[in-house]
Design a protein around this ligand. Sequence first.
Ligand SMILES: Cc1ncc(C[n+]2csc(CCOP(=O)(O)OP(=O)(O)O)c2C)c(N)n1
Ligand SMILES: [Mg+2]
Length: 280
Amino acid sequence: MPETISHDIKLGVLIEKARQLRLDILEMTTLAGSGHLSSSFSAVEILTALFFGGILRYRPADPWWPKRDRFIMSKGHAAPLLYAVLAHAGYFDREQLWRLRQLDSPLQGHPIQGMLPGVEATTGSLGQGLSLGIGHVLGGRLNKLDYRVYVLLGDGECEAGQVWEAAMASAHFKTDRLTAILDYNKYQETGPISREMALEPLVAKWQSFGWQVSEVDGHNLTALIPTLQAAQTITGRPSILIAHTIKGKGVSFVEADYTFHGRALKPDQAARAREEILCQ
Ligand SMILES: Cc1ncc(C[n+]2csc(CCOP(=O)(O)OP(=O)(O)O)c2C)c(N)n1
Ligand SMILES: [Mg+2]
């Protein structure tokens, strides 16, 4: 693997960032005693690439900078990941992470716009983020702003009809400043996607809706970053990265058991998980 990804971004620095994010998510959810650790771990490299790999333009000191690129966490239950990334990006003090899910905390179980700097959209009711993304693209078009919009979707989330309505609308409006990333970990809350509501053939589906589709290993930063860069060059239609991922990536016993969805680890499990993450 190359040591340098683009310009001066070092692969080793990004891998270490991903490790720190996993450790923080583990700490946050263990302290809270609840939260979606496995859903968060699934997308750690995707958000690392976006926020720290030179893809998104943003200004933590000016969260509503009109020209910022928009990132919408449509699978809002992965809030621990979003919060950890925003803290590491400098939007707020990292100490706030330890207040996840407390009653008076801005770090609620699902992200709420306006409560925490950097949270672009209120999400958690699955299926809505792509529609919000289209609105941002059309707004940018009207206001002559050239920002790009990125939406992270879950695969279980794609069982919601609104996603496909948005997919159609997006192609219709030729929203080429919109890139969706599908966290294709093959599981939703209650079991495998193939059993609950099969999505395949997924590439052909998105293509038939008029999207530019690429498939990528969602844990490989050297693949993710160039694929995201390539998506920026597409014109006349929206693009989607189907990112093959592993739910709970990084902790063997979580990867092996989908029932960890929405469950925090018990202190002894958390200690084992921490060891595994530190050894990678
Ligand atoms: C509209 C709606 N229905 C049901 C839920 C409950 N729910 C929360 S997470 C989840 C599964 C999501 O699976 P997926 O999109 O694959 O995300 P993953 O955790 O695998 O990343 C469900 C059904 C919800 N949040 N919103
Ligand atoms: Mg899933």
